[in-house]
Write a protein that binds this ligand. Structure first.
Ligand code: PRP
Length: 180
């Protein structure tokens, strides 16, 4: 275990089992279609490529990078697009692939933006959903969800702190002294 990690929350095995079961669900739902997996950088990259390799249906992958930072913007629930999708999403089945839903501001902003591209369908696949963060009215429907976790500071499997720890094969709780 990494020295900065207090405890492992999701093991490598738990994650790979979950990725496999989500891939099977997507296979079933998208039989006969070629969905676009729209990976949200940077955190979603590890999950997206693992998921794609477990799926049997043909899929395309594309990448977007957004930021919900900037005080005023965040409170207005807006996002800035740092890198837009390369593929034309119009009339396509699009699945957003995210590592984590926290306040859900990023996802809400993304969904609003992506609807402007007129995809045939738009679904949401999130590995980790933080609970106890949002009011029920601020919640969002996640079509494919991996794990519900409490409101703890997690890193690994794509999730970072100051751009570190993304390479850990598990999801762990970061020691408070690292970020405080
Ligand atoms: C993280 C994560 C989500 C977002 C979730 O991204 O990957 O995109 O925060 O937070 P929210 O639900 O409160 O909006 P971040 O902006 O840290 O970039 P990264 O993926 O490059 O780490």
């Amino acid at each position: 275990m990494h020295k900065d990690v207090e405890r492992i929350l999701l093991t490598k095995e738990q994650i790979s089992d979950k990725v496999e079961s989500i891939a099977k669900e997507i296979d079933k739902d998208y039989a006969g279609s070629v969905p676009i997996l729209l990976c949200i950088l940077n955190g979603g990259a590890v999950f997206a490529v693992d998921l794609m390799r477990q799926m049997q249906v043909d899929a395309e992958i594309d990448f977007m990078q957004v930021s919900s930072y900037g005080k005023g913007m965040r409170s207005r629930g807006e996002i800035t697009i740092l890198k837009d999708a390369y593929l034309d999403l119009k009339d396509r089945d699009v699945i957003i692939i995210e590592d984590i839903a926290d306040t859900c501001i990023t996802l809400k902003g993304l969904i609003k933006k992506l609807k402007e591209y007129r995809p045939k369908s738009l679904k949401l696949c999130v590995l980790i959903n933080k609970t106890g963060v949002r009011e029920p009215s601020e919640d969002i429907d996640i079509d494919y969800k991996g794990f519900d976790i409490p409101n703890v500071f997690v890193v690994g499997y794509g999730l970072d702190y100051a751009n570190k720890y993304r390479d850990l094969p598990y999801v762990g709780i970061l020691k408070p002294e690292v970020y405080s």
